[in-house]
Structures are given as C-alpha cells and as structure tokens.
Design a protein around this ligand. Structure first.
Ligand code: T4K
Length: 365
C-alpha cells in the first residue's frame, strides 16, 4: 500500500457547507454557553436517536466524570470492565470512587453480568459497563442487578451512537448513558460528547454540572467542571447528522465485505455483531487465535510493513497500567482478548479494494 491507512478517518462534510454556519456564528457573536446551534443540535439528536434528553459536552471523558457526579455517588465502589479505553476508569477515580474491575464475556467483549453479581458488596454504589465496539451489553440482566441491589447503572456508550436494541435506542438503558463525538467516532463534532438522561430534573442537574455547578447568578450548587460544547463544534454536528444514514450504510458495506472475505480463514474470528436491531459498525475487531500462523503482534507488525495501521483496542487492560495495578483482579478473559484482538481499518470512505488487500495480507497472499 503506498498511502498510509489508519484504523479510522473522520467523516467531514463539504467545507462549503460549513461556511454558512461560520457566517451565522460571526454574525451573532454567540460562540458558546448553549447558543442556538448547541440547542438545535440537542434537539435534533434527541429526535434522531430517539431519546428524551441530551446534554452536549466538550468530550466524552468530561461527560463520564459529570455523569457519575450527577448521580450523587460520593463514596464507594463502582464495578466496571478492565477491557476499555482509559477514560472509563479515570472517570471513577476523578470522582474519588473505587473501581472494581470484573471480567468480560469473551464472545461479546462486554462485562459479564454473572461476574458483576459476584462482585457486588455493601460498598457498591454503581455499575459502569461499556458497550464495547457499540455492541450492547446484557442490558436486561444488568438492570435487574442494579434494581435488586438499589445501585446506579451508568453506561459508557462512547461507541454506541445510533445503536438500537429491542427496537429502541440503546442509550435509553441505565440511569444515564454517555456518548463520545470524538474525531475517531461514528458521529463526530471534532471533539465532543453527551449525556443521555430520562427526566427533566436529571437533565437540569447535568446541565448545571456542565456549567461549573451554576444554578443562577448568585447560586452555585456543586464543585464541577466546564463541559460545554462550543457553537462551532455544534455546527459540525448539525452537518454530520444530515449524512448519518449514508455514513452508517457505508460502514455496513465494509463490515459485510470483511466478514465475507475472512469467513474461512483458519485462526481468524470476527467478533459477532448480532445483539442489536440496528448496528453502527463502529469498529472491526478480529481475534487472532493461537491457531493462526502469526501472533496478534506479528500480524500487527506485518500490517505496518504495508503501511496499514491497525490498532490493539483494547490493549493493555486497565489493570495492567501501573496506575491501576493495585485494583487488579482475576480477569483472564479480558487479558486473553486484549492479547489477541486487532481492530482493522473501518471508516466510511475506506475503499473496498483496500479492504480486499488487507484481507489478502491476513491470508498471506
Ligand atoms: N469511553 C470509551 C469506551 C472510549 O473509547 C473513549 C474514547 C472514551 C470513553 C472517551 O471519549 P472522549 O473523551 O475521547 O470523547 C482514540 C480516541 O482519542 C478516543 O476518543 C477513543 N475512545 C479511543 C478508543 O481512541 P487513540 O489514542 O487511539 O487515537 P489516535 O489519535 O491514535 O487516532 C486513531 C487514528 O485515527 C489515527 O491513527 C489516525 C486517525 N485520526 C485520528 C484523529 C484524532 C484521524 O484521521 N484524524 C483525527 O483527527 O484514542
């Protein structure tokens, strides 16, 4: 491959279509603090995603931190997955809570509800699962557990934009769900994120926390962050939303092609994406089994020789980072998957010929 191919590439609208939004911002001089474009994007996202309330944020990480704060979790343990991006774990520590890492189901890459149940103690205040790669967690079982033990359930849905489960948005599950609109995500606003909530009372709380805890000019309710999304970011979101169906369809075509081309390759398993009614094809993770002639790391290096930059999402697991080692527990599935997984390039403008070449490299052709 002569040009470099990365694991992803952001979707961008035509630059000319962005200019009118810039002109509007320049005209009215509202740059941030929940201006008209921000409000319009919250409204359009609620409609598109089929959720009641959305609060836009400047990124998914600040949204996660704020979500935990909004639920009033001041002390205790939060059960989460070690197989995720570092932001999930960081959000727990930032809230002075203690992460408890429990193992995943190796087939889905998501937290195993049976292991969650075993880990619940009288110190547990919440569960923070991740819909890894946009694949739905076992939302029914997790809800039963949260209800039974009277603990909060917050989904890190950073990867789950647009996913539907049981004919409704996956974001409707849990007390709160957090999405990321980072450049590398299915839907991007350059940087950005959001919290989905289910009552006006909760949205009002989240909105206040997003804005330093300010209630009104003379009242500040909490010590919180500045998580606001600017007007220029919101403008990009409005444009991206116009093309979202094409974006998702293009991803689907690539997903299907990879699956078809890798169907009979011994030692390569494509992680199944069957648990949702509507998928978003956010990533294309393959598992390089021990029976494959190359190890995962050898295949990763081989790709690099061809200018293909696949990614080991998610390696290492959280508890293998020095700063999280003290929270390590027995999570062999997460460890095994992190050592065998490789995310292949997946983005709407990826040429099908390049997908074919990528699979030829895997097949040693
Ligand atoms: N929870 C979960 C489960 C998450 O996965 C994430 C973020 C979060 C929470 C937190 O959400 P945010 O606070 O980020 O909104 C990337 C992203 O930075 C991160 O958003 C994402 N997860 C994570 C899985 O991946 P890196 O360090 O792998 O990104 P980077 O810069 O190496 O980008 C990957 C490739 O994408 C590059 O090789 C080239 C391409 N790229 C990247 C950027 C940023 C572009 O073509 N253009 C770009 O602007 O973390």
């Amino acid at each position: 491959m002569t040009k470099s191919i990365f694991v992803t590439q952001p979707v961008l609208p035509h630059l000319a279509d962005f200019i009118p939004y810039l002109e509007q911002i320049w005209d009215n001089k509202i740059l941030t603090n929940c201006g008209p474009l921000h409000q319009q994007l919250e409204h359009e996202l609620c409609e598109y995603l089929g959720v009641k309330y959305i609060s836009l944020f400047n990124n998914g990480t600040i949204a996660l931190i704020t979500a935990l704060q909004a639920l009033g979790l001041e002390k205790g343990e939060v059960i989460t997955t070690p197989y995720t991006f570092i932001a999930t774990a960081h959000s727990i520590i930032w809230n002075n809570l203690t992460p408890v890492f429990v193992d995943i189901d190796i087939l889905t890459s998501n937290i195993d509800p049976k292991k969650v149940e075993q880990a619940i103690t009288d110190k547990t205040v919440a569960i923070l699962p991740v819909h890894c790669y946009g694949l739905p967690c076992d939302v029914e079982l997790l809800k039963d557990l949260a209800d039974k033990h009277n603990i909060k359930l917050i989904y890190d849905a950073a990867h789950a934009f647009g996913v539907k489960h049981n004919r409704k948005s996956l974001l409707n599950y849990g007390d709160l769900s957090v999405i990321s609109f980072h450049a590398t995500k299915v839907f991007n606003t350059f940087e950005g994120g959001a919290i989905v909530s289910h009552s006006l009372e909760m949205k009002t709380k989240v909105d206040q926390l997003r804005n330093f805890g300010i209630v009104d000019e003379v009242t500040v309710s909490d010590v919180s962050l500045n998580g606001k999304l600017s007007e220029i970011h919101s403008a990009l979101g409005l444009l991206q939303l116009k093309d979202i169906e094409q974006t998702l369809n293009a991803r689907k075509v690539i997903d299907e092609l990879y699956r078809e081309l890798l169907r009979d390759v011994d030692g390569i398993t494509c992680i199944k994406r069957t648990a949702s009614d509507i998928d978003n094809y956010a990533y294309f993770p393959i598992v390089v089994e021990d029976s494959f002639p190359l190890s995962r790391d050898e295949l990763f290096e081989k790709f690099k020789e061809h200018n293909i930059y696949a990614r080991k999402y998610f390696y290492p697991i959280m508890t293998d980072f020095d700063i999280y080692k003290k929270y390590a527990d027995h999570t062999p599935n997460a460890k095994w998957l992190s050592e065998h997984v490789l995310c292949l390039p997946m983005y709407p403008t990826l040429e099908l010929e390049i997908c074919q070449n990528i699979t030829k490299i895997i097949k040693g052709l």
